[in-house]
Design a protein around this ligand. Structure first.
Ligand code: SF4
Ligand code: MSK
Length: 676
């Protein structure tokens, strides 16, 4: 193929040239960044060089909640001495402004997760009402479990005898009750009671049990309007309600209903990184978050009809792959390979081999449309709430009632575009093997007791010290930091110190690209205790638990540990910590906050938008630990970051009186014999 110059030279005005090695630690990404520079195509890595963030915004103390602002309250050089006199025009203090901004981020994140969940609940209701036969209930065990959590009866009394209730009735009532969680007029979030009893009681005492999902988000927008809530503590109380409504509500329902409709994940093998794309295949990349779209595309792309059609057009087949959380959803249920993380979406197009990128919602950069214009790639938006202004973008509205036709149209469009490739194809030859798909149930299967069917073995190994503790490491990439460096350094340091890692989102993809999601990696990267457990049970030291909404699986896994016994009565009592080393989205703040108020010590990398309001910062760190047993923390250096988590884990081991067990288990054979 003759290489054509890209149609649009995007870098003509570019001042600085990005250093690919400084931008990413991933070789495949480095190759594509270099390629972008050669072709004169601008990416996020270039813009991160030429545009610096606003220093006051970074501190969290810029308010633009009314047109008298923006009121900007930077922290004076040398900090505050004496009384903090800083005020906006209306008198809002730095604490009020930072808290308002912070809870608005929680609202944004909780809304994104929860609206995703609502979309799934609506499809589930359409299935229950038999308005569509394109989606079906796949996991009846999960359905019955969820029905139980939502208070839906699964049996009825007939002639004095308890008999199974009609399944169609259970499905319909479960769907109606589930959807009601977003806007019911009275009562409280039903899933709050899935937390350990002690946690539920604590939330009750603090007055933070959500009433319904939507209301808590709306109330944040009201309270943060000029002249409403001007007490950072009261604002955070509402932020807490909304975050619980996300983690234990919208996100948890999204995960559960997706499992019911599409199947609960069990371990599958696959591959990760840009190298999963194939030059001689039609490459269709699905990017975004909702499996409602991707499930149907996976089904259609696998049909004989489409494969034959692709062959007729000169391709050897159809290669599907995913970016961001759609990638995690398709991986955990179908073994579809991961193409890349958030920061690789433009790079996948720069391979010249992406025939179509289909997107739905969240984390989709508008610049993919500009990059796609330099190639033959078609960018297809599918969601009514997520369109792009560029004329080159095609919108095919995806709807559960005609999902099959929509999916066929999209797959066919990608196939038809195969013959239009113009630029030289350059796919980086880097990919890594992956074992993914560890839901709460499969962790129980692998690390549970064969008789008790609980997390008994996991608890036992924590108590005996082979596993020092558990960490949930999650979240995005951030172009202000080196791509994947923080993710991998934190995770490697944790597993080296015998901390089992549960991962979701873009951290999961970063770990996958590094080969950390394989059982074999245990021998290479883990401390002796964790390596022994992984080798015995045959699991990776980093367990892939899915997408962003699947952080709810981490909450439930943490609850199962409490239920299995021996490690305290609440999530805050056992050795567990959370981390988002490269976060950037509002969703990450909502996740971080529901981790914290669920009792998890949670460290964020990059920055926290609280540094301009030290009193508020201290409140969500130190004071929150006293109130909720979990707290926020921030550390940019990944090794220090990991060791702050390990120190917390060790503190909890000591409080439980199991710190000595670990010292014994890590002694080598000779030392034990000497002791004997
Ligand atoms: Fe300034 Fe107050 Fe308006 Fe915010 S709400 S922009 S602090 S006047
Ligand atoms: S996709 S929210 S960049 S994890 Fe869920 Fe990745 Fe963060 Fe999006």
């Amino acid at each position: 193929m003759v290489e054509e110059k890209p149609k649009v030279a995007k870098l003509e005005k570019k001042k600085k040239v990005v250093d690919p090695v400084a931008a990413s630690i991933d070789v495949a990404s480095q190759e594509m960044i270099t390629r972008a520079t050669e072709l004169g195509i601008e990416t996020i890595f270039d813009r991160a060089l030429s545009m610096k963030p606003c220093n006051i915004g970074v501190q969290g103390t810029c308010c633009k909640n009314c047109s008298m602002g923006p009121c900007r309250l930077p922290l004076p050089k040398g900090g505050i001495e004496g009384k903090d006199e800083r005020k906006g025009l209306c008198g809002a203090t730095a604490n009020t402004i930072a808290a308002r901004n912070f809870v608005r981020m929680i609202a944004g994140g909780a809304a994104a997760h929860s609206d995703h969940g609502r979309g799934v609940a609506e499809v589930f209701l359409a299935v229950a009402r038999k308005e569509t036969d394109l989606y079906k209930v796949k996991d009846f065990d999960k359905l019955l479990a969820v029905a139980g959590h939502l208070g839906v009866a699964t049996t009825v009394e007939v002639d004095g005898e308890e008999v199974d209730r009609d399944m169609d009735e259970i499905v319909l009532e479960t769907a109606e009750v589930a959807l009601g969680e977003w806007g019911k007029t009275e009562g409280e979030l039903l899933y709050a009671k899935r937390a350990p009893e002690a946690r539920y009681e604590l939330w009750k005492k603090q007055g933070v049990i959500p009433r319904n999902i939507d209301r808590e988000i709306v109330e944040i927008m009201h309270r943060t309007h000029i002249g409403v809530d001007q007490d950072y503590k009261n604002l955070m109380k509402q932020g807490t309600r909304a975050a619980i409504a996300d983690g234990w509500g919208g996100s948890m329902l999204a995960t559960d209903l997706q499992d019911i409709l599409f199947g609960t994940p069990y371990p599958v093998q696959s591959e990760a990184n840009l190298g999963v794309m194939k030059e001689d295949h039609v490459n269709l990349i699905i990017h975004g978050h909702e499996p409602i779209l991707s499930e149907m595309i996976v089904a259609v792309a696998d049909t004989e009809e489409m494969i034959e059609y692709a062959k007729k057009k000169g391709a050897k087949g159809i290669q599907l792959s995913g970016i961001c959380c759609t990638a995690n959803e398709m991986l955990q249920r179908h073994g579809v390979p991961l193409c890349g993380t958030f920061l690789q979406q433009e790079l996948a197009i720069i391979t010249g081999a992406c025939d179509a990128m289909v997107v739905d919602i969240q984390c989709i950069m508008q610049n993919i449309a500009n990059v796609a214009e330099c190639f033959h790639t078609k960018v297809i938006t599918t969601h009514p709430i997520a369109k792009m202004e560029q004329e080159s973008v095609i919108h095919i509205e995806f709807d559960e009632h005609h999902a099959l036709e929509d999916a066929k149209r999209i797959v066919k469009m990608a196939i038809d575009n195969f013959e239009n490739r113009k630029a030289e194809v350059m796919i980086p030859q880097h990919k890594a093997p992956v074992v993914a798909g560890f839901g709460v149930e499969s962790v129980e299967y692998h690390l549970g007791g064969s008789f008790r069917g609980t997390y008994y073995t996991l608890n036992d190994n924590i108590i005996n010290g082979r596993i020092r503790g558990v960490a949930g490491v999650v979240g995005c990439n951030n172009a202000r930091t080196r791509h994947n460096e923080g993710h991998l350094a934190v995770v490697k340091e944790l597993i080296k110190n015998d901390v089992l890692v549960l991962t979701t989102g873009c951290n999961a993809i970063a770990c996958a690209m590094e080969g950390l999601l394989t059982p074999e990696s245990a021998a290479v990267f883990c401390g002796p205790g964790l390596a022994e457990v992984c080798e015995t049970v045959g699991i990776p030291p980093v367990l892939h638990l899915g997408s962003c909404v699947d952080n709810s699986r981490i909450l439930l896994a943490a609850t199962e540990v409490v239920k299995a016994g021996g490690l305290g009565n609440d999530i805050s009592e056992w050795p567990v910590a959370g981390s988002a080393p490269e976060w950037m989205s509002e969703k990450a703040i909502s996740i971080g906050h529901y981790f914290v108020v669920s009792g998890v010590y949670t460290v964020f990398g990059v920055t926290l938008p609280t540094s301009g309001a030290p009193v508020f910062h201290d409140y969500i760190t130190k004071e929150f630990e006293k109130m909720y047993g979990g707290m926020w923390d921030v550390e940019i250096d990944p090794i220090k970051h990991a060791h702050m988590m390990i120190a917390h884990i060790d503190k909890k081991r000591k409080e439980l009186g199991i710190d000595k067990a670990r010292e014994r288990v890590l002694m080598d054979m000779q030392s034990r014999q000497e002791m004997g």
